[in-house]
Design a protein around this ligand. Sequence first.
Ligand code: MN
Length: 340
Amino acid sequence: MLQNDPLRPTPHPTTTPASDHAARIAEICGVIHHGQHFLLTSHARPDGDSIGSQVAMALALEYLGKTSRIVNRDPVPLAYRDLPGVDRIDVAPAADGPCDALFVMECGDLSRPGVSGLEAYRVVNIDHHLGNTLYGHVNWFDTSAAACVEMVIDIIDALGVPLTHGIATAVYLGLVTDTGLFRHRGTSARSFAIARRCVEAGVEPSDMARQIFDANSLGKLRLMGAMLDGMTLHADGALAVLSLDDALMTTTGATSDDLDGLVNLPLSVKEIQVVLLFKLHEGAHRASVRSKGDINVRDVAARFGGGGHRNAAGLDVPGTDLVARQAVIDAVVEAIHAAS
Ligand SMILES: [Mn+2]
């Protein structure tokens, strides 16, 4: 590749140029071939893509005769616990012991896992979120990937590891959860090609969908009802605001496991373009934002020190009172107006 080619477009500063992807994959394969024992981690409050990426990678390493340990700060969401390989995830506050490299999947920076001791290791950073700080000794960053597992399967292919049923299941988990069953922006021909390969490797789409998406607890259903009951509309009905707190969770019998995906509920209404969910939970005041189309909620989150994707982001609310909430609501309304 011609580094100094004047005709070569200047890449986005936080995006691996398309021509570098093969080089990054080769670099990662080199790290794997030269090592024997690896650590893997991903972000706190793991989702399907972080679980799928870690398990797929661990199973590929195992196929190559390598050993690995997955360390996560928070437990695997209930709906994913019975999937193959998921039982190898250790929930621990710190990573320790020797390893040849630490794979950090799906994390914009090294604080996202919420696991201590990570700085001590040779870090391989694999991520598809805008805003990655390009930390680590090796980093591969691809915002065109709809899910981190789309990157992991490229590594697995480059390693020459076959798509076993276990790996295919983990990849499919990441794919269907991060694309919202192939509905979210970023879903591409690449996503469907990978899905096809997973199905050819024995994944049953209807069984997986039932296991992953029809696995709610009664507490979650009750929490949904209570939250929707308290929903308010703003920006002429384009913005729905939901909120929950520990008291509501106790009344409804919901647990932390039940919070996943709740923010998306109002998006099924045609007129609603953005959903803002305030969560006053376990002493933290967080907000999740989801949007449709061109409404950029990542930029809104960034104004409050948060991050994410254009259509899905999160932030820490700067205070627990209504004034703090209103500041976030105002910023979202501004983003709605900017996009219209
Ligand atoms: Mn992801």
